[in-house]
Ligand binder design. Structure first.
Ligand SMILES: [Cu+2]
Length: 122
């Protein structure tokens, strides 16, 4: 009986050790980026997204611009990410940041639209 109790205690200990990974090793990051209009300029904000290489990135995109057109693009050409976001219809894009560097974020539909940059740290 004592052996059985000891074994069960050992198993319980192993299960506890196999719990959630430490917070120091992030595997995923989520952002919400909103398209707004300020004094006539369309802007994706926040403009700068910073992650570590290897992170699974999830970006929720919300187009709140009231003026026409009702569609804006969100693209990160360096990562082959491109979405078209309709006003009032949030979208989500996902990708793994598998290469370090600074990658422009643009609206592929309107060159004047202010985007930003994805910063992937080594
Ligand atoms: Cu746009």
């Amino acid at each position: 009986m004592r052996t059985l109790v000891g074994t069960l205690a050992g198993v319980a200990c192993l299960v506890a050790l196999a719990g959630p990974a430490p917070a120091a090793e992030p595997t995923g990051m989520s952002f919400t980026v909103v398209n707004i209009e300020y004094e006539g300029t369309k802007i994706w904000t926040p403009g700068t997204l910073v992650v570590k290489k290897g992170t699974k990135v999830t970006v929720k995109l919300i187009n709140n611009v009231k003026s026409e057109p009702n569609q804006h693009g969100f693209a990160i050409p360096g990562y082959n990410v491109a979405a078209i976001v309709n006003r009032g219809e949030p979208q989500t894009v996902e990708f793994t940041a598998d290469k370090a560097g600074v990658f422009p974020i643009i609206c592929q539909l309107h060159p004047a639209h202010v985007g930003g940059e994805l910063v992937v740290l080594e």
